[in-house]
Write a protein that binds this ligand. Structure first.
Ligand code: ADP
Ligand code: MG
Length: 1003
């Protein structure tokens, strides 16, 4: 974006209404015409545009109505935006001051000036509120912020009053420092007050009031408090409150304000006792005002007092007060004598005392506020000062205070001239910049008229006050006319008559008016005696305000004018060390009316505020200048030739930079050491471009840095990976080596085993032989001959496996053996692991038959058995014969019972070592015999044969516990099998005729 674009964008964001008139008087064509100036101000005022710039100076016209332009949203809009990018606003100025302070780390002040009621105090509050919202915030800072904000209502209660011009007129000058830490957080504050209008305590003009706090206390104070203070809730009771005849004003709510002040005092951490002492003083001042003096004819007294008893609040004995209020101490020869007052003197002295008490209490209050705002941290701070100072004014009759105020304004004008006009022109000269000098009125001559040593008005006043004898306004005036007669800016009514009719200019002192009350100009009416009386007070604040350490010097104290002069010198010093910013407040009409613009009144203020002069200098001059080095240092990123470093001189660098930025020749000038830029907008455009570029640069630097960081991280990771890899490889290599070593050992052993395979088994060959054996058996398993009789397909066994050869030989020995083995195999499948005495039977060869017998059918197998009777379970020796179709029970060739195989339901045996078996026979006929309970020494052989002959391989059940059987069809019996030492067969003792138990030994 080049500069022009930036300007376009920023002006583009304005609405039509915002563009009414000119936002900046610098752009005014007829910049020397007061009328054109007024015209612009009026036009904008009628559109409720109360703010207009003259360069960086802000002109503000009091709208006398709420405009809704001080919201949080507005604050946000103005935060961090350049002055000329948005419509003029007090927030824009505040924000620019703040940001300049932060970027340049220097101190600033904002001078707010204008007539009473022009909106100065409001402006300063707006600025403070803006900072309260926009500054970074922490708990501590919030605390400071609250105190800064709340110090205002307290100060206003004690220092502001209703005047004819302003219902909330500040009756003191105020300079407030806000301190910021290096990141811009508000961390502290300090208040300086100037010349409180103390005379208001004892006297108010018609339509004006005393300081707010008196009314707030009387109207808002709690019942208990008022009772304790001896006050009545009625302002009319107090002579100090009624002179203006307007104790009640519609625009002021004393009750609410009282609450605000009480709360503020708490937040600012005034102790309860301090608050009590404070209000005791305020009440005492009211009581003091009510003290009456009455003529007394008695000896050594002229007068006596009435109503002083309430002053006990101050903790001074009544007697002391009584004497104090009616006498003064004078030195007569070597001793001090009390001399009685006249009534007039006494009243005067009473008022002087009231003023002194109130004035000193106000000073104490400011000190307390400062204590509470003080930042104890000693680290470097930058400050923004807010100067809310009373405006220059000329009345028909001007009080002494107005004289001081006008003097103050002259001093500030002088400062302004020094800071802007004079130094500016001098600088152009020094820098060799071509420049048409702007004629301006240097008011130094006026300041000298007032403050010059021995010759100035203040010096004459001091002299007049301090000289012995009666000093009056007239004697003072005569002195002045005598001494100042020739001065071009000094005029009195008398002198005015002699001179040509000269119109008054700003700064001319029309002294007659100021000289109204010379006697008020000196404080010394507060006699030493008064001081001594006050020092007896028990009130903590009074004790601080009237310290015993204060010298009761015989020397007269400094006059108020001199004190004021010194305080102004102090203020000037404070301000000279800071960068100035200005807010000029203008009052549009005398009636506090919204929407009314009084041309004459405004023209008058424009003139006294020096706005035209300011504009002329702004137009002629350059808004901005910076040393080449600093300018180049800041903006060098904007040009590729100057970034990152410029090789030549700074001036050449700036020239190159400026050319690159496209500055027009009339927009800037190159001085000896500095560049001068005519319009602020050129600078702001540059600043904006820098702002954009800064982010780009930051991004680049950030990217580089991030890259650097990530690379570092990557390198570390890579290193770590390499380390892990190395360790892992080492581990793997070691494992591999172990494995190889093991393999070598195994192979060696194998070879050795092979070589010794035919030797007897030893450590050398045992493993090898195992292997050979295993290997052979595995192979054999996969290629077993189809039948045992197959001779040819046997694998040749290795020499060590002679057993196999033997097995083969055995197998080869005959078919009947094979058959026998097959039958044995069947037996095994029926009983192995199920019946306990099966293993004994394995080695006993089966025979074809046990008994040679002649039988009507061909007997397949026969064996002797014992049959147990069904009724008495008596044993009977029988032969069991199997034919192709049935089993027979025979006794000596006589068939006792025939069991068709197809009637055989099954055979039960126990799992124990007995030789019993039960043939379960299927039968429906009740007359038929039941199941057969038999015992046979060749039980495995007999049962296996039965399976084969009857072709019932699944008929045998091996049973645990009891076997149930049919004694007769439908009649059940049991055989119980139990383990024991010997074989015993007996009938159960408890059993009935048909329930039978047998115990079987299992040896
Ligand atoms: N910006 C503003 N917006 C609205 N009203 C304002 C503004 N400035 C001043 N006023 C009104 O004018 C009155 C006087 O203003 P103030 O700041 O006390 O004057 P000064 O301090 O210059 O004597 C305020 O009480 C308020 O009513
Ligand atoms: Mg004010």
């Amino acid at each position: 974006m080049n500069l022009e674009d930036v300007v376009k964008v920023t002006t583009g964001s304005l609405t039509a209404r915002d563009r009414v008139g000119l936002q900046d008087f610098v752009l005014l064509e007829a910049y020397t015409s007061e009328s054109a100036f007024l015209e612009n101000l009026r036009k904008r005022f009628h559109e409720n545009l109360i703010y207009t710039y003259i360069g960086t100076l802000l002109v503000s016209v009091n709208p006398y109505k709420e405009l809704g332009i001080y919201t949080k949203k507005q604050m946000d809009i103005y935060m961090g935006v350049n002055l000329f990018e948005l419509p003029p606003h007090i927030y824009a100025l505040a924000d620019n001051v703040y940001r300049t302070m932060l970027t340049e780390s220097n101190n600033h002040f904002i001078l707010i000036s204008g007539e009473s009621g022009a909106g100065k105090t409001e402006a300063s509050k707006k600025i403070l509120q803006f900072y309260a919202v926009s500054c970074p915030s922490t708990k501590l800072m919030d605390n400071v912020r609250d105190r800064l904000l709340l110090s205002n209502p307290v100060l206003e209660a004690f220092g502001n009053a209703k005047t004819l011009k302003n219902d909330n007129s500040s009756r003191f000058g105020k300079y407030m420092d806000i301190q910021f830490d290096h990141v811009g957080g508000a961390v502290g504050g300090h208040i300086l007050s100037y010349l409180l209008e103390k005379s208001r305590v004892v006297h108010q003009n018609h339509g004006e009031r005393n300081f707010h706090i008196f009314y707030q206390l009387v109207e808002g104070g709690e019942e208990d408090l008022l009772r304790w203070l001896g006050l009545q809730r009625n302002c009319q009771q107090y002579s100090y409150l009624v002179q203006g005849e307007c104790a009640k004003v519609s625009s002021i709510n004393d009750k609410t304000d009282w609450k605000t002040v009480r709360k503020a005092l708490t937040v600012i951490e005034f102790s309860e006792s301090n608050v009590e002492s404070l209000f005791a003083i305020i009440a005492s001042v009211l009581h003091l005002g009510n003290v009456k003096f009455i003529a007394d004819s008695r000896e050594d007294r002229n007068i006596y007092t009435n109503g002083q008893s309430q002053l006990l609040l101050l903790g001074i004995p009544t007697q002391v007060i009584q004497v104090g209020l009616t006498h003064r101490k004078i030195a007569a020869r070597s001793e001090e004598v009390l001399s009685p007052f006249t009534i007039d003197h006494a009243v005067y002295a009473r008022d002087a005392l009231a003023k002194a008490i109130y004035g000193r209490t106000f000073t104490w209050l400011v000190n307390m506020l400062n204590e509470s705002l003080a930042n104890k941290d000693s680290s470097r701070k930058t400050v923004i000062g807010l100067l809310d100072i009373y405006g220059f004014e000329v009345f028909n009759v001007n009080s002494f205070e107005q004289f001081c105020i006008n003097y103050c304004n002259e001093k500030l004008q002088q400062l302004f001239i020094q800071l802007t006009l004079k130094s500016e022109q001098e600088e152009y000269e020094m820098e060799g910049i071509e420049w048409e000098p702007v004629p301006y009125f240097n008011n130094k001559i006026i300041c000298d008229l007032v403050e010059e040593k021995f010759k100035g008005i203040i010096a004459v006043l001091d002299e007049e006050c301090l000289r012995p004898g009666e000093a009056t306004d007239m004697t003072f005036l005569e002195k002045l006319e005598e001494k100042m007669a020739g001065h071009p800016h000094f005029i009195t009514h008398k002198l005015a008559d002699q001179k040509t009719r000269k119109t008054l200019e700003r700064g001319d002192f029309r002294l007659l008016h100021y000289a109204g009350e010379v006697t008020y100009c000196v404080d010394h009416v507060l006699t030493i005696f008064h001081l001594q009386v006050m020092r007896q007070s028990k009130n903590a604040i009074v004790q601080l305000c009237f310290p015993t350490t204060e010298p009761d010097s015989k020397k007269r104290p400094e006059t108020v004018a001199t004190q004021f002069k010194s305080s102004l010198v102090g203020l000037t010093e404070i301000l000279m060390s800071k960068e100035p910013w200005y807010v000029r407040c203008i009052k549009p009409n005398e009636g506090k009316q919204p929407g009314s613009f009084d041309d004459v009144l405004v023209r008058h203020q424009v003139k006294y505020l020096g706005l035209m002069e300011h504009l002329r200098v702004r137009r002629a001059g350059f808004a901005y200048r910076r040393r080449y080095q600093i300018f180049l240092q800041r903006y060098k990123p904007l040009c590729p030739d100057t970034w990152p470093n410029w090789k030549g001189t700074a001036a050449e660098g700036v020239q190159c930079l400026v050319k690159h930025l496209g500055f027009k020749p009339d927009e800037y000038k190159m001085g000896r050491t500095k560049i001068f830029i005519r319009h602020p907008r050129t600078l702001f455009a540059t600043e904006d471009a820098f702002e954009v570029c800064k982010h780009e640069l930051a991004t680049r630097i950030q990217a580089k840095y991030k890259g650097y960081r990530v690379k570092g991280h990557y390198m570390r990771q890579r290193e770590a990976a390499t380390t892990i890899e190395t360790c892992w490889r080492g581990l793997k290599a070691r494992r591999e080596r172990q494995k190889r070593a093991w393999a070598v050992k195994v192979i060696k052993k194998f070879i050795k085993g092979f070589m010794t395979r035919n030797q007897p088994v030893s450590v050398d060959n045992s493993e090898y032989l195992d292997y050979v054996r295993q290997n052979y058996l595995t192979r054999l398993k996969e290629s077993l001959p189809k039948t045992v009789l197959d001779q040819n397909t046997w694998l040749t066994p290795p020499p060590i496996m002679k057993e196999v050869s033997r097995l083969r030989m055995y197998l080869n020995s005959g078919a009947h053996v094979v058959l026998h083995l097959q039958i044995k195999g069947l037996t095994s499948s029926l009983f192995k692991g199920r019946k306990e005495n099966y293993p004994h039977s394995v080695s006993r060869p089966f025979v074809d038959t046990r008994i040679i017998i002649s039988f009507h059918a061909f007997p397949q197998y026969s064996v002797p058995v014992v049959k147990y009777d069904r009724n008495g379970f008596r044993p009977r020796f029988r032969q069991l014969i199997y034919t192709g179709t049935a089993a027979y029970l025979v006794e000596e060739a006589k068939i006792k019972q025939r069991v068709q195989f197809n009637q055989l339901k099954g055979v039960s045996v126990s799992n124990l070592s007995d030789n019993f078996f039960i043939l379960h026979i299927q039968s429906e006929d009740i007359k038929q015999k039941g199941d057969l309970v038999l015992q046979c020494d060749h039980i495995f052989e007999a049962l296996t044969k039965l399976c084969l002959v009857a072709n019932k391989e699944n008929c045998i059940n091996v049973v645990q516990g009891s076997i149930k059987f049919d004694i007769q069809p439908g009649r059940e019996g049991f055989v119980d099998f139990k383990s024991g030492q010997e074989t015993m067969i007996y009938r159960a003792k408890n059993g009935s005729n048909h329930l039978v138990l047998y115990g079987i030994n299992c040896t």
